[in-house]
Ligand binder design. Structure first.
Ligand code: AP5
Length: 197
């Protein structure tokens, strides 16, 4: 099937990293500078849960257990969002996807090849500390000690397989650093993709 996005004009960037690695934080800065369309699979799923749709209950249960919702659900939400913004988007920032090997394969078949993958790397201790710090204010049902452990386990069980699949497209960034230092590294990766950045 032909790609539904011309990535020579609208790059597709996957943003990967463990829970709390700063994907959302860095995506905000990337949007401000590059004007990309931000698609966080976590946000798309939370919106679906709020909509009270038929599948919302199942999704809630999976997310509260820190597990992965079925691939077809995530890909459908992503594809709908990409198609609806394809005409006016400058590029897509896909945050939190793929989380397992088969998600990456399915995305590239259904949408287009990924241009670049940014991977934010941090220790489990740092990730846990950040999420527990955020728990007081986030209002997220999965920001509690028990679910954070399960989210980390899900991430550690799947992440290496995802990384192994794209050795030539991954740029690793040390996500233990400050927000601004990390963004300096992000810009070194994205500037070459964007003419005039
Ligand atoms: P999702 O919403 O994507 O959650 P997550 O991956 O656990 O990541 P977070 O959003 O919690 O953290 P983040 O990396 O964005 O960090 P943030 O910038 O907020 O997914 C939720 C659930 O949805 C999943 O568990 C799963 O069930 C489901 N799901 C999602 N995608 C799926 C998929 N593809 N397939 C199947 N299921 C899927 O930062 C965290 C905190 O740290 C903040 O307080 C921030 O201020 C702070 N911080 C950030 N950067 C720094 C820094 N450099 N130094 C110090 N503090 C920092």
């Amino acid at each position: 099937m032909a790609p539904i996005i011309d990535t020579s004009k609208k790059p597709i960037v996957w943003v990967l990293g463990g829970p709390g690695s700063g994907k959302g934080t860095q995506c905000e800065k990337i949007i401000a500078k590059y004007g990309f369309t931000h698609l966080s699979t976590g946000d798309l799923l939370r919106a679906e849960v709020k909509s009270g749709s038929e599948r919302a209950k199942t999704l809630t249960a999976i997310m509260e257990q820190g597990g992965l919702v079925p691939n077809d659900v995530v890909l459908e939400l992503l594809k709908e969002a990409i198609v609806s913004r394809a005409a006016d988007s400058k590029g897509f920032l896909v945050d939190g996807y793929p989380r397992e090997k088969s998600q990456g394969i399915a995305f590239e078949q259904a949408i287009a090849p990924v241009s670049v993958i940014i991977y934010f790397e941090a220790s489990s201790e740092t990730l846990t500390k950040r999420l527990l710090g955020r728990a007081a204010s986030s209002g997220r049902a999965d920001d509690n000690e028990e679910t954070i452990k399960l989210r980390l386990k899900t991430f550690l069980d799947n992440n290496q397989q995802v990384l192994d699949q794209y050795p030539d497209k991954i740029s690793r960034i040390n996500a233990e650093a400050s927000v601004d230092t990390i963004f300096d590294e992000v810009q070194k990766i994205l500037d070459p993709l964007v003419v005039g950045a």
